[in-house]
Each structure stands twice: as structure tokens, then as C-alpha cells.
Design a protein around this ligand. Sequence first.
Ligand SMILES: Cc1cc2nc3c(=O)[nH]c(=O)nc-3n(C[C@H](O)[C@H](O)[C@H](O)COP(=O)(O)OP(=O)(O)OC[C@H]3O[C@@H](n4cnc5c(N)ncnc54)[C@H](O)[C@@H]3O)c2cc1C
Length: 283
Amino acid sequence: MADYRHLAKLFAGRWIPGPKVEDGMRFANYLNGKGITTILNYLGEGFKETKDMDHTFEVYDEILKGLRNSINYQISIKPTQIGIPDYPELAASYYDKLVEEAGRYGIFVWVDMEESNTVDATIDLYLRKIDRPNTGLCIQSYLKRSFDDVKNLVEKGGRIRLVKGAYNEAESIAYKERSETTKNFSKIMDYLFEHENYFMVATHDLNLVNEAIEKNRKYNRNFHIAMLNGIRNKEVQRLGLHGARVALYVPFGEAWMSYAVRRLKETSNLRLVMRSLLQSQKI
Ligand SMILES: Cc1cc2nc3c(=O)[nH]c(=O)nc-3n(C[C@H](O)[C@H](O)[C@H](O)COP(=O)(O)OP(=O)(O)OC[C@H]3O[C@@H](n4cnc5c(N)ncnc54)[C@H](O)[C@@H]3O)c2cc1C
């Protein structure tokens, strides 16, 4: 599968509702009607031009105004969309404004985690508003540093969205065996159940999802199970109907190709891709 772009075109429609803000918001409303929290993400990353960062801010601003006072919506921002790592002051000013505005409207703001060379700058960005109850940070269990990062952040009052991690990182800093990443996910999840009230378990790994549900029988936490739109939507709906708090991460925007290619590269073999293509995820 040397060229993922042709396959990506086939798949993009099931992962991404469309290129426009209205597409994202329309789909978000649809999911909300089904009791699913929507995490809206405007696609784009690795920006070098400040005009792209300005545009990203304007799009999120439009979303926040559009979702004003709605419940069950969150947004998730990629730090390299708003100036990390080259323009940290610009990123800080955009982040601060978005968090303040979202706070006024009762909307939760997640900070996505990207490649490892941006982790420190991303944590610094998140720390700026860690005291705001409507903010949270994504942490990747494939990074060896993540357990310590989570401890530090939770001690400071932060909220965590736990994922396995989507980038190709060096063995010196990241677990390369899937089983090690999963083990670290469980370890961090244990810590979150013990020490946090609100957090997000973001995975399609049903063993981990079941583990979280089982753990919650003891801890009774206010946590969300979250998946990416289009992968296991029916499962998300089923979990919601059985009483779990569920969320779908819904990316939208013009930059759908690189997102679709990354999701395809994650699927470990063609069989999985084809099976996923054949199974409808419409809910
Ligand atoms: C809500 C949410 C937010 C995320 N935010 C970030 C972020 O900010 N930074 C970051 O690095 N990563 C993020 N990710 C991606 C994450 O890091 C993983 O790359 C992705 O979730 C796949 O890992 P997994 O936990 O589902 O486990 P895996 O072990 O990869 O997958 C478990 C099973 O899920 C199914 N599956 C997984 N992916 C696919 C797919 N593409 N197509 C079809 N089936 C699939 C397969 O059956 C697979 O066996 C996010 C994921 C979610 C759910």
C-alpha cells in the first residue's frame, strides 16, 4: 500500500462530515440528538504561516459562537494549528482567548497532542489555563514519559484525555510494541481512576474500554469513553445506551487528506481496512 491517497479518498467521507464549519456543526447536532458528546476538531496541522493560524482561530471562534450555551459539545485544538512550536506567544494568545470564550459558553477545550518534539511546548500551553475546569490535555501512552507527565498534571488539577498515540516515534522515547503501549495505557488509566474525577478514555480497543467500565464499578467516576468518528460509531452508541458517557471526535475541514492517510496507516493490515469499509458505521 505505497500510495494511501486513493484509499483515503474512499474512506474520508465516513470519518469527516465535510469541509465546512456548517458540516461539522450539523453533524455535531445530529450526534447530540443521539446522546453522544461531540468533540469538534478543525483539521490542519504543522502550520508555518501566521495567516493559517489566524484562520484557525477564526474558525474555532465561529464554532464557539455557533455552539454557545449548547450542552454536550467540546472542541479539540492542535497546538501546531495556532503557532506551536515557532510562534509560542501567538499560540498562547489564541489559546487564552479560546479558553476564555469557551468558558463563557460552557464549552470544554481539549488540547491535542502531536509529535514528541512538541510535547513540552504543548504542556506549557496547557499549563497556562490548567485551573480552568473547561480545559484538558491529550496524553499518549506510547511515550515513556507519559505516566510522569500525567502525575504532574493531575497534581496541578489538570484533566487528561488518554490515547495510545498516532505518530511514529523513536524507540528511545516510545514503546514500539503495541502490548507495551497498551500496558502503559492501563497503568495510566488506573492512576486516573484513583486520582481524577473527570477524564477521557479515548480508544477503539474494546479490551481497554471494558477494563475502564469494570474499574468504574469501584470508583464511580464521571469519565467519558471516546472514539474517532467513523471507526466504531455503533459501539459508541451501544455503550451510551448501556449508561456510559460517550463521545465522538469529529474532525472537519478542507485538510481531510492528511487526516485520512494517517488513519489508514494505523490500520495494521488491508483486511481491517476492507472489513471496516464493508461495515456501515452509520448511526
Ligand atoms: C477521541 C480520540 C482522540 C485522539 N486524539 C489524539 C491526539 O490528540 N494525539 C494522538 O497522537 N492521537 C490521538 N488519537 C489517536 C490515538 O492515538 C490512536 O492512534 C488511535 O485511537 C488508535 O489506537 P487505539 O487506542 O484505538 O488502539 P489500536 O490498538 O490501534 O486499535 C484497537 C482496535 O480498534 C480498531 N481500529 C483502530 N484504528 C482503526 C482504524 N483507523 N480503522 C479501523 N479500525 C480501527 C481495530 O479493530 C483495532 O484492532 C485519538 C483517538 C481518539 C479515539
